[in-house]
Design a protein around this ligand. Structure first.
Ligand code: ADP
Ligand code: MG
Length: 442
């Protein structure tokens, strides 16, 4: 068992024992730094956490880890180097060597990434990679639905490494950019510049690799890029909206490379994490909202962190333009108002049209009796939206869907409800269909 998995197991055991609040306060941003014979070193994020762990939890930690490792261990704590300590005069010295194509957006850091139960394993992996690039997990493959924080975490790794090793070349690029650059290199026959940009780096961050699907030339080129980088122990970090084995039309050799390091998934943040993310974003916007307001907003957006941020910006904007005080009553009003103009006002016909458009199927097929596989999901999704967003009764929905029985409607609606919780594809599809619907309102 490697350190990361060991730590993850440890967290799972310890969580119910210490309770959610203590867990969040003391354990979420604490990591296992090393296990050496009988000595275990834990990396904590502040002196305060270090003290608290040492005084309150040392015994429990030692007992739990001893059980997991099947040997008696002694635990000691260190405080992680803070970024300001790392930034020394060296940085200024190396700065001119950094070329502009390697600029990373400094807004996204590991420090301002909020850690919760749906992303802590991915975060721990990101920390591990940032601390020891190219050694432990290569590649690091992060996957999860849209807006859950993959790009943020990836840039966080890049920024942390650059801070620690200013001379490192870190290249962040989307898969589309890689593809476009490759095509351009083909056309202009300038492979030298292309290869040096992608192969002559210490860290390559490739975002949304699912876009490589079906692009054979790009995949071939990336395969060689990958091999060269990993043979030099350059760190590769990849994100995708799904795991490698679910990416269609991706060469097997790439799939196996992607799976050869560490794969971690990220899920939609839970309520507490959403509140914490909102707090962070408010600080960035230099705007103060009280706890009740944050809770209201967090409760109103369950899809992902990007939508959450969008909603916050929208509310802050509305407060400003309408010159409203940022009270929870006002925010509740704004949220309620938005809900009115939301999907509720759509007609069932609009829903059917958009669902059919999305899946490229005919409306007659959607509401018709044919029982073929490709029609099942669109039907269930339509039932779900008609029920949850338009608040129609199951009987009414049965009518709209071509005279189906209300129990059929209940079955379809509930099926989607269940799937949303665990199935990323469904989350994404439903999100996209709803997005299309909401743009058709304006
Ligand atoms: P993805 O790449 O998975 O689609 P992003 O990384 O672009 O998602 O995240 C969308 C937005 O949500 C970004 O503004 C990001 O900063 C924010 N975000 C997501 N997760 C978190 C988190 N755990 N803590 C802070 N901000 C987050
Ligand atoms: Mg992204």
């Amino acid at each position: 068992m490697d350190n990361l998995r060991l730590w993850h197991k440890f967290l799972q055991i310890i969580k119910p024992l210490v309770g959610p609040d203590n867990f969040k306060a003391y354990f979420l941003k604490t990591f296992l730094k090393s296990v050496d014979a009988n000595n275990v070193v834990l990396n904590t994020s502040s002196a305060f956490i270090k003290e608290s762990l040492d005084q309150k939890y040392k015994n429990l930690i030692e007992q739990t880890l001893s059980k997991l490792l099947d040997k008696k261990v002694v635990v000691s704590f260190i405080v992680k180097e803070s970024p300001t300590e790392v930034e020394g005069p060296d940085e200024a010295f190396f700065q001119p060597q950094l070329t502009s194509i390697f600029q990373l957006n400094p807004k996204y850091t590991l420090e301002n990434f909020v850690v919760g139960p749906t992303n802590n394993l991915a975060y721990a992996a990101a920390e591990a990679v940032a601390q020891n690039p190219g050694t432990s997990y290569n590649p690091l493959f992060i996957y999860g639905g849209t807006g859950v924080g993959k790009t943020h975490l990836m840039l966080g790794i890049g920024n942390a490494i650059k801070r620690k090793h200013p001379q490192f070349k870190v290249n962040y690029c989307s898969s589309e950019k890689f593809t476009n650059d490759y095509v351009e290199a083909l056309q202009t026959r300038q492979f030298g510049a292309f290869r040096s940009r992608y192969r002559n780096v210490n860290i390559l961050l490739i975002d949304d690799v699912q876009f490589f699907s079906g692009r054979e030339g790009t995949q071939e080129e990336f395969f060689h890029t990958f091999n060269e980088l990993s043979s030099k122990n350059s760190q590769i970090v990849i994100t995708s909206d799904r795991p490698p084995y679910e990416i269609a039309k991706l060469e097997d050799r790439l799939k196996s490379r992607f799976q050869g390091g560490l794969m971690v998934d990220m899920q939609t943040p839970d309520f507490d994490t959403r509140v914490a993310i909102l707090k962070n974003k408010c600080i960035e916007q230099r705007y103060l909202l009280d706890e009740a307001s944050l809770n209201l907003i967090a409760a109103s957006v369950e899809t992902n962190a990007r939508d959450l941020e969008g909603k916050l910006i929208q509310i802050l904007q509305a407060l400003k333009t309408k010159k409203m005080e940022p009270t929870s009553e006002n925010i509740s009003k704004l949220l309620g108002k938005k809900a009115d103009t939301d999907l509720k006002n759509l007609t069932p016909k609009q829903v059917l049209i958009k669902v059919c458009e999305y899946f490229s199927i005919k409306q007659l097929d959607l509401i018709g009796p044919r029982r073929i596989k490709g029609l099942v999901l669109p039907r269930h999704l339509a039932m779900h939206i008609l029920s949850e967003d338009l608040n129609l009764t199951v009987e009414k929905i049965g009518e709209i869907m071509g005279g189906r029985d209300h129990t059929t409607v209940m079955h379809g609606r509930d099926k989607i409800k269940r799937l949303i919780v665990e199935n990323r594809d469904i989350q994404r599809i439903l999100g996209e269909v709803k997005q299309n619907l909401s743009t058709s309102i304006q």
